[in-house]
Design a protein around this ligand. Sequence first.
Ligand code: ZN
Length: 674
Amino acid sequence: MKRIFSVTIMGIFAAILSSCGTQNEEKAWVVDRFDDIKVIRYEVPGFEALPLQEKILIYYLSEAAKCGRDIMFDQNFKYNLAVRRTLEAIYTSYEGCRECEEWKALETYLKKVWFANGIHHHYSKDKFKPRFSQEYFEQLLAAVPAEKLPQEFGSVEALKEVLLPVIFDEELYASALNQSAGIDVIKASSNNYYEGVTQREVEAFYKKMASVNDPRPISYGLNSKLVKENGKIVERVWKSGGMYSAAIDRIVEWLEKAEGVAAEPQKAIINSLVKYYRSGDLRQFDDYNIKWVQDTVSNVDFVNGFIEDYGDPLGRKASWESIVNFRDEEACHRTEVISANAQWFEDHSPINPAYRKEVVKGVSAKVITVAMLGGDCYPATPIGINLPNADWIRKEYGSKSVTIDNITFAYKKAAQGNGFQEEFVLREEDRERMTKYGKLADDLHTDLHECLGHGSGQLAPGTKGGELGTYTSTLEEARADLFGLYYLGDPKMVELGLIPSLDVAKAQYASYVMNGMMTQFSRIELGKNVEESHMRNRKLIAEWCYEHGKADNVIEWVKQDGKSYVVVNDFDKFRELLGQMLYEVQRIKSEGDYEAGKALVENYAVKIDPELHAEVLERYRALNIEPYGGFINPDYRLVEENGEIVDVEVVYNDNYVEQMLHYSKEYSFLPTLN
Ligand code: ZN
């Protein structure tokens, strides 16, 4: 199982474009702040200039993108819709003081639930702790007209009986995703991909399904919940007529409208997706993916489906998500150059030649402008996508890699002048390089990671993939990151005209190490380990290079005025270490060496020094920067004359609460219990 949908939010941390941004400018981009979250708006440059047919297509696909929101809530946890709907009923019918502290606390809790698509933090996966009392909640609940509350529980009492422990019992459903070694990860994770089954039962169930010699294995389990019914383990498939049917049928309706205005080959692609939603047949999904990945001509493109497998501790079940986008022509040039040289990069990769791909196929790379985000991509959003996920499709047909420029741009805009760089970057020359080259360095690193990194290398004969178990995604992200970092510092990049000088790599190396060994801990609660794969991967790389470069003082901890800083002293040696590490991580993947992979992750990626952790949290807190960012969508409105669509207008929003309530009202199709 390969994790490809990379979510890097380096942008918030590293490389602040410039410090000349004014407060006013920041306000315009950040529309809401609460807890550890800031909500940003993004713009869709170029939309107005699109041909009418493409605007209408984007409109239909955007509607389809919004219709699956409830699915993500329910996938994350089976009572998420009950919590959200109850809180929304309270929120919209409340007539008391909206400035009081407890009300504010409840409002923040609801904002967090909206943001995370549920009651577990979108990143740490830990359950939120409400900062209002149970008594207060019960009091508010009692004031809501019963008909406004979810009816599926039979009575308000029964609803309350479920919700109170869900919200207030800290031990119950404590984590949506728990991958700790040596436990039953299915039982310990409270996501809604499995119910009533043990990890051993799940593994046995799917082992029996997979035929060992199939060169084109189906992604078994991808689009279903695995449950025990009358002692028998069965899949409840997410399809029209199956689980989540009410939302899927609406998605299909809009997709069919989109099909009606799309040109070939996109028309056939959408048709294929609709067939899959109707049948739930994963062969049909493969068929759709094969068609989709080969379409490199359509200007408008989209993702809509059960795609992302990070939420499942076993990396099998996929969360629903959607992104609608169109090409950003200017920025595409950058990735075209990388793509055109894919074979050169593969041939020069510092890995065992036996594990290089002889022919690198179909690396299509482009930069896109996002027009709509949905499901698992909303409000927290990736800045790069690489799909499809099935290894054999990638091998035979290639993959599509995109970076999302308008999102990255909005992140940078929102981070201008927040004081982060001054606080954590020790050396003036590093600060200067980050300011000057930060965005370019981040963009290129993402391009290399997505366009080449994940697709590079090959397995040894006999290795099937999946051998690395719960360490798969961390090691896969590390492999792609190492590839990107290594080549960012290659003179070839200058030669290709992609960077003006290797200072761009130095900017990235300094910020990457600082983030991996220190600043990213600002997003983790004191006492907790690093869990999320991308965070683990960054720590793994930075710590490994620190350890292996110790004799030469390649990376150094510096104490100054009681504050800790981590600096890269020798960029050339650091790059050599990246190459050596890539060699080893590729070997581990190619050979499926579980023990070596486990040792790497457990030794370097998981544990945080508590003293350093506390210091980072304190310094970060003092800056008042929210460590996580997400986005609100624009709206699209049809302009009609005499019953005919003559234009589509884009309308930018600046109110997070309004958008969430609007979506809950207009795009909520699932029952509270599924
Ligand atoms: Zn990735």
